[in-house]
Design a protein around this ligand. Structure first.
Ligand code: ATP
Ligand code: MN
Length: 478
């Protein structure tokens, strides 16, 4: 048996000392041929492994370099060093994997986030990315725990689909046809009947439509999986491949939906704050240092921990789209022509407008409801005014839209009429329409972009830094 080690998190978390232990991990630094800072990824903290003079020969000492992987056996003893209760007094050290100190890209110094993005395969071995991805894990785990406690069924919706839930383009095609000589119809268009699935298919942009089918049987379901959008948006908030959480609930109206979304966001943040305090405090420190580089006016007025506490203890603001537009029209920013994009009833709010509402006006997360139907999807429930739909977007400080959701149109005639207006062929969505034919009920759901949540909780500013291997235009390395 090889795995006789104790994880560094467990070792450091234990008050005791005076017992033998084996640890394994990667060397962060090696000082004075005596002190190894060892990290195994279980915690942000390194374990100090002390190598007594004379324990190892010169050749072995030279192999203890930044990045090398080692196994250390010894005794856990009280530490004289600052910031640690215990350390390991080594009795033997074995090099498991050498690392050429000259070539290893992750040196014990501050690297830029851009540099680390280019070395995404190794960036997990830094304090910042160690913390980010442990927090990401905690949030993913908390998502399952939250829904499981509430009796939701975790449903796996397909990754390859023939439907486009948004009724828009921006999809990645999935095909096995020969790109150079695809089979063609007489008019020259590609004949997808000869493709693998006998039709044209793509990667999913959302699991919602299939999720609704589940809700019409289990009452409450959620999906949590990868979604794909071929949108050419090179922003700090968009990825071509991202993870989405999509709960879908029978017997919910828009207000029930908002209440669930709010308690869901609080629950998962609380989970991370409770279980990953050390990582979050590290990230808070990082953010504080980053903020210091900025001019005073651009600095946030809350630290990361304060911001998370604030979200945990304050209700989100809830306003209608119409109210939001009024606020924008009354705003000093509008009057001073600070907005680049047009503001008037009917337009899709741009990021600058969302950020104004959240960061300047309300200074807290805001839920905007009842959007004009023409800027929202066909499946959203038409309000009695005939102009707006029962939609809700949650906007978060520093991020913008984090959740998009709605009460769904359960009335068959209204749904079909809307699809006709938007030229969405009912023949392709016959299975979706069946839910409205057989036992329809009021229901609602939302989609939360998981990486946007991770951005919010970690205080990072670029979405490419919160997913292990980001996919965006012209980039699919690793
Ligand atoms: P945005 O206006 O920011 O592009 P959207 O209106 O296209 O968002 P939805 O289709 O409602 O978003 O998707 C639900 C959620 O998925 C969004 O609230 C957001 O959190 C997330 N999301 C959408 N597109 C992306 C993307 N390209 N990368 C990462 N997350 C995304
Ligand atoms: Mn979008």
């Amino acid at each position: 048996m090889f795995n006789t080690r104790v994880k560094i998190k467990a070792l450091l978390g234990n008050e005791a000392s005076g017992y033998p232990a084996t640890v394994m991990g990667w060397v962060r630094t090696f000082r004075n041929s005596q002190f190894i800072a060892l990290n195994d990824g279980s915690t942000n903290s390194n374990l100090q492994v002390v190598v007594a003079l004379g324990l190892l020969d010169e050749a072995t000492l030279r192999r203890i370099t930044t990045g090398a992987c080692i196994k250390a056996m010894g005794e856990v003893v009280p530490s004289l060093g600052k910031g640690q209760r215990v350390e390991l007094k080594a009795t033997s050290i074995e090099i498991l994997g050498d690392s050429d100190a000259e070539k290893f890209p992750i040196q014990p110094k501050k690297h830029s986030l851009e540099f680390l993005r280019e070395n995404a395969h190794l960036r997990f071995r830094t304090n910042t990315f160690g913390a980010i991805f442990r927090v990401r894990h905690a949030l993913a785990f908390a998502i399952h725990q939250f829904f499981n406690e509430k009796g939701f069924v975790y449903m796996h919706t397909p990754v390859i689909t023939a439907s486009d839930a948004e009724g828009a383009g921006e999809m990645f095609r999935v095909t096995t046809l020969d790109m150079h000589q695809p089979p063609r119809h007489e008019d020259g268009s590609v004949n997808f009947a000869e493709d693998f699935f006998g039709r044209s298919t793509n990667l999913t942009v959302s699991g919602q439509l299939e999720g609704e089918l589940g809700a019409m049987a289990f009452s409450d379901i959620y999906t949590f999986g990868p979604t794909f959008r071929a949108e050419n948006s090179n922003t700090t908030r968009h990825l071509a491949e991202f993870w989405m959480v999509e709960p879908e609930m029978a017997f919910y109206d828009l207000e029930d939906n908002m209440n669930l979304a709010e308690s869901f966001i609080r629950y998962v943040i609380q989970y991370a704050v409770t279980h990953n305090r050390e990582d979050l405090e590290f990230l808070a420190q990082r953010l504080e240092e980053e903020e210091k580089q900025k001019p005073q006016a651009e600095r946030g007025d809350m630290g990361l921990m304060e911001k998370l506490d604030f979200v945990l203890s304050n209700d989100f603001e809830r306003i209608t789209y119409t109210e939001a537009i009024d606020i924008l029209l009354q705003s000093p920013a509008y009057k001073k022509k600070k907005f680049q994009y047009e503001v008037k009833w009917g337009v899709d709010m741009q990021s600058e407008h969302e950020r104004y509402l959240v960061e300047k006006h309300f200074k807290k997360p805001v839920i905007v409801t009842n959007y004009p139907k023409d800027i929202k999807s066909f499946y959203m429930r038409l309000n009695d005014d005939g102009k707006t739909v029962a939609a809700m977007d949650i906007l978060a400080p520093g991020i913008g839209e984090i959740v998009g959701g709605s009460q769904r149109e359960e009335r068959y005639d209204k749904l079909v009429a809307r699809m006709e207006q938007l030229h969405i062929p009912a023949s392709e969505l016959w299975w979706y329409l069946d839910t409205r034919r057989y036992g329809a009920c009021p229901h609602a759901g939302f989609g939360l972009g998981f990486e946007r949540l991770v951005l919010f909780v970690t205080g990072m500013t670029n979405i490419r830094d919160v997913i292990p291997f980001p996919r965006f235009p012209k980039s699919a390395e690793f």
